[in-house]
Ligand binder design. Structure first.
Ligand SMILES: NC(=O)c1ccc[n+]([C@@H]2O[C@H](COP(=O)([O-])OP(=O)(O)OC[C@H]3O[C@@H](n4cnc5c(N)ncnc54)[C@H](OP(=O)(O)O)[C@@H]3O)[C@@H](O)[C@H]2O)c1
Length: 330
């Protein structure tokens, strides 16, 4: 496993991390506790030291399970766990972004994760009125001063929001959607983020599994799985499900990419390698529902970079065949 520098934390993190929305047991269907803990352990044994979670994932379940996992490790200092707040139910959106609620929610995450201070917490897609008036960032800086968080970042939906957040004093990271189907950050964000030494955390690197090449237009998902109920954005930002392409278009495009996958890699590993070939990316956080996925994803770090010619072809592919079909805030 290779590592990259996370400047605001003054430490290196594994370039393949683990996304744990799945471990909440909601929006992806049930993930039993033993399966969740095994997934965390398998990721750790594969060299993963970076874990992304949020207070809303399973209403605290994901954080609680990570806390349990950490409490059983003698090397817990090796892990960087980043969480998010702002989308929970008490008092709910958008009042969660008021100072007193952010403070209370940071304290809740500290308790669930069983840590003295959060390594980093991210605003979970902050509403524009709070983004514009700057009060959220005042709270973040005061949490750092109080020692409740070591650093803070923003998880954003659009590149405009990402670029706006780069002007925030003290911002340590941006979490963005980035994958072969969502290449806008390359032109709009990467150089600016690198200049400011703001870490880029890549979510949806597999476009909700589309880029594992395992779905067809006829694939079905459980009732509780967001790929059933949010494929057209009926519950939240459509970009968070299948990168905003929908299942039919997404599988059609994924099929066109299969010819690029080398013999020594799975399509998911290849898709992760594509993200990692950009030095501006700090870490990718593929979500996993099972330990085998976490192990396989971690191995993408050891693959060779893709040839320049393939990168060039995939830029063209994106511009001509994908970009016109991406829906949602972007
Ligand atoms: N607004 C936000 O801040 C926000 C929004 C979304 C996600 N996130 C974070 O980003 C993380 C990653 O995003 P994501 O989980 O939505 O999307 P993703 O990483 O693109 O896709 C994850 C899904 O891909 C499939 N998969 C993973 N590894 C695989 C493998 N090796 N082989 C085959 N299939 C594989 C699994 O699907 P199956 O379930 O079918 O097995 C898994 O649930 C989340 O866990 C969460 O931590 C943050």
């Amino acid at each position: 496993m290779n590592h990259r520098e996370f400047h605001s934390l003054g430490r290196n993190v594994s370039e393949v991390g683990l996304g744990t929305w799945q471990l909440g047991g909601a929006e992806w269907g049930d993930v039993p506790e033993n399966q969740a803990i095994e997934t965390l352990q398998a990721a750790a044994e594969s060299g993963v030291t970076f874990i992304d979670t949020a207070d809303i994932y399973g209403s605290g379940r994901s954080e609680t399970l990570i806390g349990k996992f950490l409490s059983n490790r003698t090397d817990r200092e090796a892990f960087t766990v980043v969480t998010k707040f702002g989308r929970g139910s008490d008092p709910g959106w958008p009042d969660n972004f008021k100072h007193e609620n952010l403070v209370a929610h940071a304290e809740d995450s500290i308790r669930r994760l069983g840590v003295d201070a959060l390594d980093l917490t991210q605003t979970h897609c902050v509403p524009s009125e709070y983004l514009d008036d700057g009060s959220v960032w005042e709270t973040m800086r005061s949490l750092v001063k109080q020692g409740k968080i070591k650093s803070f970042g923003a998880s954003v939906e659009s590149m405009d929001e990402a670029v706006e957040c780069l002007n925030v004093d003290g911002l340590g990271s941006l979490q963005i959607i980035f994958n072969v189907f969502r290449q806008k950050p390359i032109d709009d964000l990467f150089a600016k983020a690198a200049e400011k030494q703001v870490a880029l955390i890549v979510r949806l690197p597999l476009a909700s599994g589309l880029l594992a090449g395992k779905f067809s237009a006829e694939s079905t998902f459980g009732e509780k799985d967001h790929r059933s109920f949010n494929a057209d954005g009926d519950a939240f930002n459509v970009g968070e499900t299948f990168a905003g392409l929908g299942l039919e278009k997404g599988t059609q495009l994924a099929d066109l990419l299969k010819k690029y996958v080398p013999d020594n890699a799975t399509m998911a590993q290849w898709a992760l390698r594509w993200c990692l070939d950009f030095p501006e990316v700090t870490t990718v956080i593929p979500g996993a529902t099972r330990s085998e996925q976490a192990v396989s994803n971690a191995a993408a770090s050891d693959l060779e970079s893709l040839p320049e010619s393939v990168h060039a072809e995939l830029r063209e592919f994106y511009k001509e065949q994908v970009e016109p079909f991406v829906r949602g805030k972007y």
